[in-house]
Design a protein around this ligand. Structure first.
Ligand code: AVI
Length: 320
C-alpha cells in the first residue's frame, strides 16, 4: 500500500476509536463513573468471554444450549414454512445451528459487526445445510441495515439468544425490541433467550467464578483503554466487583479502585476516591412476567416460553 493511501479498514478503525474515546471520556467524567459493556469485546475480551462460558459457575450458555436442544422441535413449530430467519449478533452460529437443523427455515441471515469471522462461519453452515440459503450481513444490528433480497417476501423470524438483551438498560431493550419489530415486519416472530431471576447465590457465583476469568474479563477493559486510548491505568490498583442488585433485578459489574488516585486517558485526568468504582456492566434478569411486560410495551405478545428444569434460563417466542 503506497504511503499516505488509507485503506477503508483504517478509516473504520479510526471511527471506532473516536467513538470509544468519546464514550470513555464521557463515562469517566460522569458521577458515578461508567463505561458501556460493548467495549469489553476486543479480541482478548471475546476470548475471555468464551472462557467464562466454560466455567462451572457460569450456567447461562450451557443452560440455553440445553433448552434449544431439548425443545428444538417445539420451537420449530412457531416458525412458518419457508421463513427467513435473522439472527442478531450471530457470532459462531452454534445456537442457530440447533434450530436450523430442526426447522422449516429457507433463508438464514446472520447479522454481526465482525464481518470476516461471520463470513467464515456462514460458509461452514452453508456447506452443512445445502438446502438452506445463508446470506450473512456485516452490520451493527442495533442500527437499521439492508436485508438481502432473498429475505424479502417471506415470513420473517428473528433470533436473539445469549441474554444479550439483558445487557441493555430496560429502555434500550424496549427500543431494540421495537427496532427488531420493524425489521421483522407485521406477523413476524422473535425468539429471545434471556436469563431468569433466581437464587442470589447462584447469580453472584456466576459473575465471581473461582478461577477469576470474569475478573480478568472486566479488568481487560482497562488494558484496552491503556493500549487503544493511551491510558495509564495500573491494573493492580483496581479489583473486580460483581453483585446482584435486587431492586433493579440485575447483576452489576464494577471496577473498584483500591486507592485514591489520578488516572490519565488521552491527556485528560480522572480522580478516583479509594473504593470508587466504574460501573462496567449490568446484566438484567427477567421473570417471565417482567419479560411479558417488556415485550408488550414494545409491540410484541409473548406466545410461548421454554425453560430448563431448574427454571434458570428462558427461551421466549414473541409474536407481533
Ligand atoms: C454477554 N452477556 C449476556 C454476558 C452476561 O452474562 O451478561 C456477559 C458477561 N459478563 C460477565 N460474565 C458474562
Amino acid at each position: 500500500v503506497p504511503r499516505g493511501l488509507r485503506l477503508p479498514s483504517d478509516v473504520v478503525s479510526d471511527v471506532g476509536r473516536a467513538a470509544f474515546l468519546t464514550d470513555v471520556i464521557a463515562g469517566l467524567s460522569a458521577d458515578p463513573k461508567r463505561i458501556p459493556p460493548k467495549y469489553f469485546y476486543d479480541e482478548r475480551g471475546s476470548q475471555l468471554f468464551e472462557a467464562i462460558t466454560r466455567t462451572p459457575e457460569y450456567y447461562p450458555t450451557r443452560t440455553e444450549l440445553g433448552i434449544l436442544t431439548e425443545h428444538a422441535a417445539d420451537i420449530a413449530r412457531v416458525i412458518p414454512d419457508g421463513a427467513a430467519m435473522i439472527e442478531f449478533g450471530a457470532g459462531a452460529l452454534t445456537k442457530a445451528r440447533i434450530l436450523l437443523a430442526a426447522s422449516p427455515v429457507s433463508v438464514f441471515v446472520p447479522v454481526d459487526i465482525s464481518g470476516d469471522f461471520l463470513a467464515g462461519e456462514a460458509a461452514k453452515l452453508a456447506a452443512e445445510l445445502p438446502d438452506l440459503t445463508v446470506r450473512p450481513v456485516a452490520a451493527d444490528f442495533t442500527a437499521p441495515f439492508v436485508l438481502p433480497a432473498e429475505a424479502e417476501h417471506r415470513p420473517r423470524i428473528g433470533f436473539f439468544p445469549g441474554s444479550t438483551l439483558g445487557n441493555y438498560e430496560p429502555h434500550e431493550a424496549a427500543a431494540f425490541l421495537r427496532h427488531a419489530g420493524q425489521i421483522i415486519g407485521p406477523g413476524g416472530r422473535l425468539i429471545v433467550g434471556i436469563d431468569l431471576v433466581k437464587d442470589v447465590d447462584v447469580l453472584n457465583r456466576a459473575y465471581n467464578d473461582a478461577s477469576g476469568v470474569t475478573a480478568a474479563f472486566n479488568l481487560n477493559l482497562l488494558r484496552r483503554i491503556n493500549r487503544e486510548l493511551g491510558g495509564n491505568f495500573d491494573l493492580d490498583t483496581f479489583w473486580h466487583r460483581a453483585f446482584y442488585n435486587r431492586e433493579h433485578h440485575r447483576i452489576e459489574m464494577h471496577l473498584a479502585s483500591r486507592v485514591r488516585q489520578r488516572v490519565r486517558v488521552d491527556g485528560r485526568c480522572f480522580d478516583f476516591r479509594r473504593g470508587e468504582t466504574i460501573h462496567t456492566e449490568s446484566s438484567y434478569k427477567y421473570t417471565t412476567e417482567l419479560f411479558r411486560a417488556l415485550a408488550a410495551g414494545s409491540g410484541w405478545r409473548l406466545a410461548e416460553t421454554w425453560t430448563d428444569r431448574d427454571g434458570w434460563f428462558a427461551v421466549h417466542a414473541l409474536v407481533r
